[in-house]
Design a protein around this ligand. Structure first.
Ligand SMILES: [Zn+2]
Length: 255
């Protein structure tokens, strides 16, 4: 597999991701929170930016689109259903569309919930999934423009991917997400182990992203909203997974 991926910290707690196809030199950035660190990372590696892949319209994901496009002349790809909110968009994509980065293919999934037009990019051959602000390590995005049922559909679908799939989420929220998760899932041993790992990583100033589908299945309360233990923990025994997820999200919003 010739896809190389670099994690680029931006702003206060955002990540952009550089994707480089070694075979053709094609290079994409997933979201554009901040131009300076993205350009510095490209320069350090000698990579030439050919594509921007946007996940959703929030300014900390599209803010660098126009400036990067002006500098590099790259192609901007993003959600067709949100075309009017993606600065400089050249190609709108949606559910099932293929996006080619050189010789490497990503498939687009519609994953609305955090925003109405949010999409994810799944690189099956590279076992890499780019989820923007839909899924976070041990958490999920706020429901600004969508419903708990839409978020549950996204979680359920992500969960169907192979365990070793690496998940690239767009913020470093893991430590605070774990504090909340432990408040409703205190006897989860995988979560306790992960809390220790994350504490060590953060103390060493290291990233906790990417995560994996296996880790999220074991520790993420939003991905486990169909677990009767979690439903009971939030006083929603017998409710649908979407209702349980909605209640967990409300509690997280207040946490
Ligand atoms: Zn967002």
């Amino acid at each position: 597999m010739s896809l190389e991926i670099a994690v680029i910290p931006c702003l206060r707690d955002n990540y952009a991701f550089l994707l480089h196809d070694r075979a053709t030199g094609a290079t994409a950035v997933v979201d554009t929170p901040e131009v300076g660190p993205i350009n510095a990372a490209l320069e350090a590696r000698g990579w030439h930016l050919t594509h921007i892949l946007n996940t959703h319209h929030h300014p900390d994901h599209v803010g660098g689109n126009r400036m990067l496009c002006d500098t590099h002349g790259c192609q901007i790809i993003g959600p067709a259903s949100d075309a009017h909110r993606i600065p400089g968009l050249h190609e709108g994509v949606g559910e099932g569309d293929a996006v080619m980065l050189g010789q490497i293919q990503a498939v687009v999934w519609d994953t609305p919930a955090h925003t109405s037009g949010h999409i994810s990019y799944y690189f099956a051959e590279a076992s890499a999934l780019f989820v923007g602000d839909t899924l976070f390590a041990v958490g999920c995005g706020r429901l600004f423009e969508g419903t708990a049922l839409q978020m549950w559909s996204a979680m359920h679908r992500y969960r169907s991917l192979p365990d070793h799939t690496r998940v690239y989420c767009a913020h470093e929220y893991t430590a605070s997400n774990i504090r909340f998760a432990r408040s409703i899932d205190p006897s989860n041993e995988a979560l306790a182990r992960r809390a220790q790992e994350v504490e060590q990583l953060r103390a060493a100033d290291q990233f906790t992203v990417p995560t994996t589908i296996a880790q999220e299945k074991a520790t993420n309360p939003f991905m486990r909203a169909d677990d009767p233990m979690l439903a009971a923990a939030v006083q929603r025994s017998g409710a649908s997974p979407a209702d349980v997820l909605g209640e967990i999200r409300r509690r997280k919003d207040r946490f």
